[in-house]
Write a protein that binds this ligand. Sequence first.
Ligand code: ARG
Ligand code: ZN
Length: 466
Amino acid sequence: TSQWAMRHGAHQGKTHGKHLRVHYHGHSLMRLSPARSADLPALHQLLLDLNIDVWSVRDGHVDVRAADAHALKAALHRYMPSVRARTLVADIETQLLAHHWRAMDTRVSAKSSVAAQLHDPKTWFSEYHDLDEIYEWYQLLAAAHKDRVTLTRNVGTTHEGREIMALRFTNPVSANANTTLPKKQIYVQGGIHAREWIGHATTQYIAYHLATSDDKKITSLLDEAEVVIVPVLNPDGYVYTWNGDRLWRKNRRADARGAFGVDLNRNYPTHWGEAGSSKFPYSDTYMGPSAGSEPEVQASMAVFNSLPRVVAALDLHAYSQLILRPVGWTRKDPTHEAQHAAVGAAMARIIKNVHGKDYISEKEIDLYPVSGGATDWWYEQSRPLKNLLGNKGVQVEEEEAMKKHKKPLPPGHGTIVRPYSYTIELRPSSEWWGPGFVLDKREIIPTGEEILPAFLYYARTAIENV
Ligand code: ARG
Ligand code: ZN
C-alpha cells in the first residue's frame, strides 16, 4: 500500500455498492419519441421543467430515467400528446445495477495493488477503479515517467475537502529542436459528471499512452506541445457514485435546506442561468447559486487560464456517442463553424475506422441548449496571437493581411486566437436494452482504442492550425 493510499484511507474495508443509500427499484429507462424531430426542443424543455433525469438524446429520441412511468406518461399525455413513450429497461435496479455491482466483487484490484498493475494496462483497463485507486495510479504514473509527466496534486479543493489534480505531459526540449517558440498547449478534462465512469477511464487511457508510448504520433506531439489533463474534475461526486448513488451526476455542494449538488457543466461563467439549466437545487441540471460558484469549476478555470498558448480543449463525457462542437447557448453559428464541423467529422471518421462505432458530429445546441457549459467557456477564452507566434509572427500576419485586403486589420482583429473546444460523449450509443451509464467494463479498452487516435488527430490539427 502506497503512502498516497494510506493517507487517503484506501483499502480500508472496501464496500463498493454494498451500502448504497439510493436504489432504483421500479425506476425505468424510457424512450420518448416525438412524432416530428422539430418537437425535440419542446420535449427537452418539458423534461427540464418536470425535473426528469435525461440520460441520452440521439437519433430523434430522448431516453430518460422515470421514477414513476405512469406519472411521466400522464404528464406527456397532457402536455405533448404526440410523444410516443416506450419502456427500454423496466427496472434499472435489477436489470442494470445489480449485475454491475456483482461484477465489482470480482475486481482484480480487490486483490492486486495499484503498483502491480501500473505496467499491466490490460489488467488495469479491464475494470473500473475507485477514486483512491485512480489517484494512486496517477501518482505512480507520474513518478515512473518523470521525464514526461508532471503532477500537481491540488489545483483545487472540493466541498468535501478532496484534492483536484492536474498533470502535464511533454517531452523535454531537445537541443536540436527545429523551433525556439514556446510549446502550444492542449487541455483535456475528465470526470465532470460523476456517473459517467467511462469518461474517467478513457481519460486514464489517454494519459497512460501519453506517458508511456513510443509511437511517433505521440512522441512528436509531446515534442511540439504540452498536454494538460485534469483527470477527475468532480472527485466528491465520483466517490458518491461508489458508495451512495451510482447514478449521481453533480458535485456534492450541500445547501442549508438539505439539497445536494450543482451541475458543474451549467456553472461556468458563460451565459450562466440562461436556457438549458435549472434554478432548482434538486434538479440534475442545477446551475448553482452564482456563476462560477463551485470550487471544481474554479479549479478548471484556473488551470485553463494558466495556459497562455492553449489551442484546443476537450471534455470527456458519456454517453450517446456524440462529438459536440460550440456553441450551446445560441443557435447562431460561431465564426469558426466551418472549421469546427470539419474537425468533428474527421474525428467521427477516425473513430469509426477503429471498431466501426458511429459517433454523430453535431453542434451542441442542435443536441439541446446548455448555458454555463465548459466547452463554451473555453471557446470564449481567446489568446493574443503573439503568445503563440511572438511579435514577429504577428507582424508577418499583419503584413499579409495588408497585402490581401489593402488595409490594416482592425485593432484586436486577426491578432487573437480561440482554442478549438469539443465535448465527446463516449460509449454506449443509445441501445434499446440500455445500459446507459452502466457500461460493461469490457468496453473500456475498445473505447480507449477508438478515442486515442481521434484525440491525437485533434491535437495535431490544433497545433498546426491555430
Ligand atoms: N451532455 C452534456 C451535458 O448535459 C453535454 C452537453 C453538451 N452541450 C450542449 N449544449 N448540448 O452537460
Ligand atoms: Zn456529462
